[in-house]
Design a binder for this molecule. Structure first.
Ligand SMILES: Cc1cc2nc3c(=O)[nH]c(=O)nc-3n(C[C@H](O)[C@H](O)[C@H](O)COP(=O)(O)OP(=O)(O)OC[C@H]3O[C@@H](n4cnc5c(N)ncnc54)[C@H](O)[C@@H]3O)c2cc1C
Length: 376
């Protein structure tokens, strides 16, 4: 008997689709080439920022509002703690696209933010060292998600609801079955094959190989995350918010997380080597760590002490940094969810809902035309 849906890849997006599709009673199979909880995709590293006043584009805000509801729902259904509300502080010149973008999204969608001068920021967050010309926009509802726990919860709940998940199995190929039935044959690396009515492509940076076919080119960018031992509890999540620092003297936009028990994590958001998945360098060197440590110490002295841990990850970047989400340009029974460009995790449960909407109804109540795979 064919599946209603086969999902290629069980990273953040595939796991969320598996959960939502199973809840809606679909006969669904998720296929993942690596083991559960693996560190080779884009969804590992203990923490991900979530925020509503979206500087990237206010068009994302309705999806974010729904994502917050769905994160709370996932916490309730799984019994796990997945979102820690720390607030997120955005810092830069008054003209910074980050600062202005947050203010614009908040204005358009009536979201709560607090605006600070450099002096006010220093008084509110004494661990931080803003420059005199910098301003801060604080979103109190911003916070930190736990990615590994979220994926594990979604897969567990999906299986309990009747879904199947096959790990350490790669989707080698998929094609239309011959004959009149509108099915797909899906070949797996263990030599087996399954049939399905619909396919969801949630293969992250591995999409690079077929991005031309999707109409939106995807580049892979190497990213390094670094955890530091802080000098004091001034950097604990009870006292210190997560932050994004857009400072022209820095090589790139710096972001970071307070100490949630694993140290202070920091990384550069923009920049990094463009590569391919088969050439991605997973070793971390001094050249990766030192610029992050220097920038963090200048911003929050005492936060960037001994290096505790590092991790390499990748962004799957589209030219406009918007996701690729919608029906495949040449086959409406194939749904694509990729090109998350380094900012997709916070959306993952709503992406799960949208992909399942597209599987079931061919449409969704969310405005996703700007994410369409046919755009230029
Ligand atoms: C360092 C870093 C920091 C980030 N910070 C944030 C943040 O603070 N906030 C935020 O919202 N977002 C953030 N992001 C972005 C976010 O984490 C990603 O957009 C999101 O995790 C992407 O999920 P995905 O499912 O598309 O990709 P992935 O997690 O890479 O999952 C794709 C999966 O598909 C599997 N796969 C591929 N091909 C096949 C195949 N043929 N057969 C079977 N399986 C296959 C892969 O093994 C992989 O597990 C960050 C990303 C990185 C790298």
């Amino acid at each position: 008997m064919p599946y209603d849906l086969v999902i290629v890849g069980l990273g953040a997006m595939g796991s969320a689709v598996l959960d939502d599709a199973a809840r809606r009673g679909l006969r669904v199979l998720g296929v993942e080439q690596f083991a559960a909880g693996h560190p080779f995709g884009s969804s590992h590293g203990k923490s991900r920022l979530i925020r509503k006043a979206y500087f990237e584009d206010p068009a994302y805000v309705p999806m974010l509002l729904r994502a917050y509801e769905l994160w709370a729902d996932l916490e309730r259904r799984s019994g796990g703690h997945l979102l820690t509300t720390t607030g997120v502080l955005h810092v830069g010149a008054a003209t910074s696209p980050v600062v202005r973008g947050v203010q614009e999204s908040a204005r358009l969608h009536d979201l709560a933010i607090e605006c600070y001068s450099a002096g006010e920021m220093r008084a509110r967050f004494p661990m931080m060292r803003p420059l005199e010309e910098e301003v801060g926009v604080f979103e109190p509802e911003g916070g930190v998600l736990a990615p590994e726990a979220a994926l594990a919860a979604q897969v567990r709940l999906a299986i309990e609801a009747g879904a199947e998940a096959r790990f350490e199995t790669r989707v080698v190929q998929w094609s239309r079955t011959s004959g009149a039935s509108r099915l797909f044959d899906v070949s797996l690396s263990d030599g087996s094959a399954v049939q399905t009515r619909k396919l969801a492509l949630c293969s992250g940076a591995w999409r690079e190989a077929n991005s031309a076919e999707l109409g939106v080119p995807i580049e892979v960018r190497r990213k390094v995350q670094v955890w530091f031992e802080p000098a004091s509890d001034a950097f604990s999540s009870q006292r210190c918010p997560a932050f994004l620092l857009d400072r022209p003297s820095l090589p790139e936009v710096l972001y970071g997380f307070p100490d949630l028990g694993d140290g202070v994590k920091a990384a550069f958001h923009t920049g990094g080597a463009i590569t391919t998945m088969d050439r991605l360098d997973r070793t971390v060197g001094v050249d990766d760590i030192e610029p992050v440590q220097e920038a963090l110490e200048a911003w929050m002295p005492g936060a960037g002490g001994r290096v505790i841990e590092t991790a390499v990850c990748q962004y799957d970047l589209t030219p406009d940094r918007n996701f690729v989400l919608g029906l495949h340009p040449s086959d409406p029974d194939v749904i694509v969810a990729g090109g998350f460009s380094g900012h997709g995790f916070k959306f993952s449960p709503v992406i799960g809902e949208i992909v399942t909407d597209l599987v079931v109804d061919g449409t969704t109540r969310f405005s996703i035309a700007f994410l369409g795979s046919g755009r230029r």
